[in-house]
Design a protein around this ligand. Structure first.
Ligand code: ME8
Length: 642
């Protein structure tokens, strides 16, 4: 199979921001997913460098347009590697090849009679670089730029777009996947229910010279959209290039809703006039706002991709934007939300699953992959969850429903964390008869991690590469580079060695709110028996005893006894526990313990402890031992002990 995926080519009148980053990360993720599906893939992005907007931006800086576009285009090009975005082609509309092809197409369409010369009076918006219809205006202003358009009367060249209106309606109706999500398809069909006007495709040089000169009239340059859209073809070497033959019929464009009309109406009708088959799909996403406010230079809330990577790391950024935005709808970006996802989904859920599982393989099997003994009956549900995740993941990725694909992956992460708790490898390790069972449990966990690394590659190529390394595999290994081959269960090689890697996802600090004490449940008061050793019920009621779930655990430097636990009870808090001689940090994560939640905070070896973990003190072989107290079955973290 073959895939050709494109982003819009971005205007160089502004530097790259979160919106550009999102579209490009989406296209990169999809291209990586398709490579994982063994497709022959081409992924193109680039910059749109002609037109009025660019001239205005260069004027502000008092430099020539060419110098200006070279600089900003370079900024876009340099941004993509920071985001682990790897396009196969970066196109610029000032490239010689592109200019030549645009002129060739104009000449052809002109000769076929679909371009004509006419006088036109219309309302022109310089920001939009197009004529607006009366209907589009809001209180007499352009809805996007909030300024009144200028009435301009001039002679220009027009493209007979109206001629293709019915053909386009038919195509959209016959191909439900042509424009998705459906809301945008409906929007286009609704627009097409009114008669379509022809498109003005030239600008007189008297008011704009920075553009591609019309081949049939040197007093005019080409309208920027007629020039820009053609990039999708010129990037393939249209009309004679091999790549055009190879990739054009499967072209998929990713855009945001702001440029729906040029892509869903101008572009297909242009292709019809040129006699070129239409692209296959248009994927339209919503807008990113920042803290629920539209990103804008004047408000000063424009978010730069480089700053985001520096602040949160590339894995958190890519994961966050794909997990948070429901493709097609608007989303809001906020610092707290991205930190919360990094700490909860990445550090706690996935990071801990990886570190606990591999730590146990180091501890109990010297870091070597145990033998695969077939899928035991008791593990069949676990293996089935992995397989069903793969089915959901693949389907959602195909449909550009990235947030649902990731939701499915994280459901598996949660199942795997529960699998550890319910199989308690630390208990199996103490029973010589359970050696084979322990082999199976550890093998299944590693195999699950391998498949997680496989499916996460498109989303977080960096983190997935680290996981692959930690599992002792090499980057090009088919077991982690091909969905088809990699999905088969039981492929890790017995005896192969894992490799130590640094922490996958460091926790990010957020300004913490003080833990809110939970309301105690009201209970009937009982009269206490009178005895010196007895306390009355009121005294007991003062204790806030709760079930807490350990989400992270680390040793405390210079202390043999203390461990720092991060627990949910249900709010997140730190509790220092003196159990390091009896438990490793890895075997604690995911377990539910009992804590005293209203103990006065104390500082132990420099760490603030907000509570105390309850243990049973016992003696084993003459030595004192501490055993954690827990609940009989999993409960919601924070449940009170009554
Ligand atoms: O329109 N949220 O270029 P452009 C999400 N040159 N995506 C956003 C966004 C936001 N807030 N802001 C921008 C052009 N984008 C033309 C395209 S294509 C032949 C010519 C993204 O620099 C989104 O992909 O204004 C949107 O469609 C695109 O940037 C517009 O980029």
């Amino acid at each position: 199979m073959t895939t050709y995926i494109t982003t819009p080519i971005y205007y160089v009148n502004a530097q790259p921001h979160l919106g550009h980053a999102y579209t490009t990360i989406v296209a990169d993720t999809y291209s990586r997913f398709k490579r994982l599906s063994d497709d022959n893939v081409r992924f193109q992005t680039g910059t749109d460098e002609h037109g009025d907007k660019i001239v205005q931006a260069a004027e502000v800086e008092n430099i020539e347009p060419k110098e200006y576009v070279d600089r900003i285009s370079g900024m876009f090009r340099k941004t993509w590697p920071l985001l682990q975005v790897e396009p196969d082609n970066f196109i610029r509309t000032t490239d010689y090849d592109h200019v030549a092809v645009v002129r060739g197409i104009l000449q052809k369409v002109y000769e076929s009679g679909d371009i004509y010369f006419d006088e036109y009076t219309g309302l022109y918006c310089r920001g939009c670089e197009r004529y607006l219809t009366e209907k589009e205006l809001v209180d007499g202003n352009c809805p996007d730029h909030q300024v009144p358009p200028k009435e301009i009367a001039e002679q220009n060249y027009f493209f007979r777009m109206s001629r293709y209106q019915q053909q386009l309606i038919d195509h959209i109706k016959e191909n439900p996947e042509f424009i998705t999500p459906e809301r945008y398809r409906n929007e286009v069909l609704s627009f097409l229910s009114e008669p379509l006007e022809d498109l003005c495709i030239s600008r007189p040089k008297t008011r704009l010279t920075w553009g591609i000169e019309l081949p049939f009239d040197d007093k005019y340059v080409t309208y920027v959209w007629f020039d820009a859209l053609i990039n999708y073809l010129t990037g393939l070497g249209y009309p004679d290039g091999e790549k055009f033959k190879e990739f054009w019929s499967v072209a998929e464009h990713v855009i945001a809703k702001d440029i729906l009309k040029p892509h869903a109406i101008y572009w297909p009708t242009m292709l019809m006039a040129m006699g070129v088959p239409l692209y296959e799909k248009l994927h339209v996403h919503g807008y990113w706002n920042v803290d629920d406010t539209k990103m804008s230079k004047s408000i000063g809330n424009v978010v730069r991709p480089g700053d985001l990577v520096e602040e949160y790391g590339i894995d958190a950024l890519r994961y966050f934007v794909l997990r948070e935005m429901s493709f097609g709808l608007d989303s809001s970006f906020g610092s707290e939300a991205i930190i919360a996802r990094q700490n909860a989904d990445l550090a706690n859920d996935l990071g801990n699953l990886f570190s606990r599982s591999t730590a146990m393989v180091y501890k109990y099997r010297d870091g070597l992959v145990p033998q695969f003994l077939g899928v035991a009956d008791e593990d069949s549900a676990f293996v089935a969850s992995v397989q069903s995740m793969l089915v959901d993941y693949q389907q959602y990725m195909e449909q550009f429903r990235f947030h649902l694909a990731l939701k499915a992956v994280w459901e598996l992460v949660s199942v795997a964390n529960k699998y550890i708790v319910s199989n308690a490898p630390w208990v199996l390790a103490k029973e010589p008869d359970s050696a084979k069972r322990l082999d199976s449990v550890l093998f299944n966990l590693l195999e699950c991690l391998r498949i997680l690394a496989l499916v996460l590659q498109p989303v977080m190529p960096g983190a997935a590469a680290k996981m692959i390394e930690g599992l002792g595999l090499t980057a090009g290994d088919e077991r982690v580079t091909s969905l088809k081959k990699g999905r088969v269960w039981g492929q890790l090689s017995a005896g192969s060695a894992l490799k130590k890697i640094e922490t996958l996802f460091p926790r990010l600090e957020m300004e913490k709110k003080p833990p809110q004490p939970q309301k105690k449940q009201s209970g009937k008061k009982k009269v206490a028996e009178s005895s010196e050793d007895l306390i009355d019920f009121e005294a007991f009621q003062k204790l806030d005893l709760r079930v807490a779930e350990v989400v992270a655990a680390t040793a405390i430097k210079k202390s043999k006894k203390l461990l720092k636990l991060t627990v949910h009870a249900p709010e997140e808090r730190t509790v220092v526990a003196g159990i390091a001689e009896f438990y490793t940090p890895e075997e604690l994560v995911g377990r539910q313990v009992l804590i005293v939640a209203n103990l006065k905070p104390a500082k132990l070896m420099g760490v603030h402890s907000q509570g105390m973990v309850l243990v049973a003190k016992t003696t084993v072989d003459g030595k004192e031992r501490m055993v954690l107290t827990t609940v009989d079955e999993g409960v919601v973290p924070g449940s009170t002990i009554a």
